[in-house]
Design a protein around this ligand. Structure first.
Ligand code: ADP
Ligand code: MG
Length: 155
């Protein structure tokens, strides 16, 4: 089911969409955020994290697979698995610190065409999926849906 399919014209609009998306989230939720490099995944997560109460700067994880941010009584996890392309060969405990009760997790992931495999294990339980795509200049197509076979046109 496609919840929203929109085009944004700049990073502020993408942040706002993230903030709107955050309103529907609760603890334990996992949001998969797919798209090419520079399509705005981190920007969208930043907007969502702000809306959830994160005050620290939300930046791309560089030296680890993710960041965890305090947001009141909740923890907002931000994972960047863009370059991992499959979790089969990774330590199964890799994600344990980021997912689960008391946490809302955003997971950056490459678009299907570039991923060696779809998210598996704990990530297959993602409730919401966001797909971002470049549309020239500062325009981005962003599709928010429940996990399912839709959104293929947005890649
Ligand atoms: P990703 O995490 O997908 O690699 P980032 O969010 O880190 O992407 O970077 C997106 C870049 O594109 C930022 O420099 C941002 O300012 C810029 N940008 C331009 N237009 C948009 C838009 N409509 N939505 C999101 N980011 C945009
Ligand atoms: Mg990113």
């Amino acid at each position: 089911m496609v919840v929203r399919s929109v085009e944004t014209t700049g990073p502020a609009e993408t942040e706002s969409l993230g903030a709107e998306l955050a309103k529907g989230l609760g603890e334990g939720d996992v949001v998969l955020v797919r798209g090419e490099l520079g399509s705005g995944k981190t920007t969208l997560v930043r907007g969502a994290a702000r809306a959830l109460g994160v005050r620290d700067p939300v930046t791309s994880p560089t030296f680890s697979i993710g960041h965890r941010y305090a947001a009141g009584t909740l923890t907002v996890s931000h994972l960047d698995l863009y370059r991992l392309a499959g979790l089969e060969r990774e330590d199964p405990a890799l994600l344990d610190d980021y997912l689960g009760p008391g946490r809302i997790a955003f997971v950056e992931w490459p678009p299907d065409a570039h991923a060696a495999s779809s998210p598996q294990g704990e990530l297959s339980s993602a409730r919401v999926r966001v797909t971002l795509a470049h549309r020239g200049g500062d325009r981005r197509h962003i599709c928010v849906d429940e996990l399912g076979p839709s959104c293929t046109g947005a890649q």
